[in-house]
Design a protein around this ligand. Structure first.
Ligand code: FCB
Length: 468
């Protein structure tokens, strides 16, 4: 049960960062929108994946989710009231192009027009991700990310979005965490589309790498004054011990989890010297691909939640390395079984900043899932506030050490559909009762809004709820 200890935030203020530091919240279409088949939307791989028994915790799905499709005004107004000035969300490919290519669904474009225009009206800057994992099912049926045709499909989708929204949206991210959607979706089979093995993973990696750059180039060409990034999952990797085998295992995990997608975009190629199995990507590389993978991003979005401890393992095929679960290490964890380890975010900012060619870093996701209790109309989520404060202190340390870190987005605004884990892990600053769709600002949300405007005293969550 929660205790009533008020977290101290005396020592941390948004103003301590810099006046132009970007503060926001992050979301993704499938996790919040619902309205999965409304107004001409086509089926995505997530709409399909949730149908199969065993894929998602308790058979849950995102068919309604947070009903953002109908409640976007309420949520954006709440953001405004909480002093949040930047909103990262993704576009659902199948809302815009129901079959992935071909006919455009004007209702889909109009929905995002309404969201974008309402953000701007409320003084909130939209930050748009082109692809946050919801590939059109029609394209998956043609091979999805494993089919080289995806280069054309994605280029066309990016073009439609850039042309239509580029007059109002200047901040873009091409892909969300390619390592996760290729690794979990095409190697382990635990995310959509549920495919497994190297024969799926390696072509998916190569095509995602190319699309990362293709998307960037389309945006650069079409959108005037565009500020273009892409996002990477990343975690500090610690060897389980100082033995040379464990150190080597950690190097391999680092190459795979942290370096695989950024290095080709910087012209460094795939980190094959660290993970020899990646040499098999060569089979999918066509002349000119290495150059085509390069793009000069204005910013790199890093998404950090935890660190991983890695040890050597004979039994893990290809990699011979495995992650030692946080629950086996007797450390503080979140509901995702991820270790709470704030220095990881500092390490990742310095790691990515150290690449020549990385212009600037923005933390495009950071946050935590804990058990939240709605009691007497309140959610007192002390652990989440402490998590955010402790990670932010590390971001501030990185900034004062001279690293080029320009912004920070909390994952996430409201509780939502957490992929294979369903609705169980709640990551939001705002609690949702999924039966009634009632929003209640958690104490972490109140803390964040106070942090963003420290001079203004906040009304309590009841006042906010009454207002909306
Ligand atoms: C990231 C995803 C995001 C969310 C958080 C918890 O890997 O980008 O959609 O699920 O994890």
């Amino acid at each position: 049960m929660p205790n009533d200890n008020k977290p101290s935030h005396k020592d941390l203020k948004a103003l301590d960062f810099s006046s132009d530091f970007i503060w926001g919240v992050s979301t993704a279409a499938y996790q919040i929108e619902g309205a999965y088949s409304e107004e001409g939307k086509g089926t995505s791989i997530w709409d399909q994946f949730v149908l199969k028994k065993g894929n998602i915790y308790a058979g849950q799905h995102g068919r309604v989710a947070c009903d953002f499709y109908h409640r976007y005004k309420e949520d954006i107004l709440l953001m405004k009231a909480m002093n949040i000035k930047n909103f990262r969300f993704s576009l659902s490919w199948t809302r815009i192009l129901p079959n992935g290519t071909g006919e455009i669904n004007s209702h889909g474009l109009e929905f995002y027009d309404r969201v974008i225009d309402f953000c701007l009206e409320c003084g909130i800057t939209p930050w748009v991700t082109l692809y946050h994992w919801d590939l059109p099912q029609a394209l998956e049926e043609k091979g999805g990310w494993t089919n080289r045709e995806v280069l054309n499909w994605f280029e066309n989708y990016a073009l439609v979005c850039a042309k239509h929204f580029g007059d109002r949206v200047k901040n873009w991210m091409v892909l969300n965490e390619p390592m996760v959607f290729t690794g979990a979706g095409y190697f382990l089979g635990v995310h959509a589309p549920g495919r497994k093995g190297l024969k799926n993973f390696l072509p998916a990696v190569h095509h995602a790498t190319l699309c990362q750059a293709i998307g960037g180039k389309v945006l650069r060409k079409i959108v005037s004054e565009a500020h273009i990034g892409t996002t990477f999952s990343c975690s500090q990797i610690t060897p389980f011990s100082k033995s040379s085998r464990n150190i080597r295992a950690a190097e391999k995990a680092d190459a795979l989890l942290n370096r695989l997608f950024i290095e080709p975009s910087l012209g460094l190629g795939y980190p094959t010297e660290s993970v020899s199995i990646l040499k098999r990507i060569e089979k999918y590389i066509q002349p000119g691909d290495i150059e085509k993978s390069v793009f000069d991003f204005d910013f790199i979005g890093i998404q950090n939640y935890t660190r991983e401890v890695v040890k050597h393992s004979f039994t893990v095929p290809y990699l011979r390395a495995k992650i030692v679960k946080a629950t086996e290490r007797n450390v503080q964890t979140t509901l995702m079984d991820w270790e709470v380890y704030p220095p990881s975010i500092y390490e990742m900012i310095s790691k990515f900043d150290a690449y020549e060619g990385v212009q600037k870093i923005i933390v495009t996701e950071n946050g935590s899932a804990f058990e939240d209790y709605l009691e007497n109309g309140k959610v007192v989520d002390v652990e989440r506030t402490q998590f955010l404060q402790n990670y932010l202190k590390q971001v501030q340390r990185a900034k004062s050490d001279g690293h080029n870190i320009a912004g920070y987005f909390v994952w996430t605004f409201t509780d939502n559909f957490e992929w294979a884990e369903g609705y169980h892990p709640r990551f939001g600053l705002v609690h949702i009762n999924f039966e009634t769709q009632k929003r209640t600002i958690k104490s972490s949300g109140k803390w964040y809004s106070q942090f963003l405007r420290p001079t203004v005293a906040l009304t309590d969550s009841e006042n906010f709820s009454r207002e909306f």
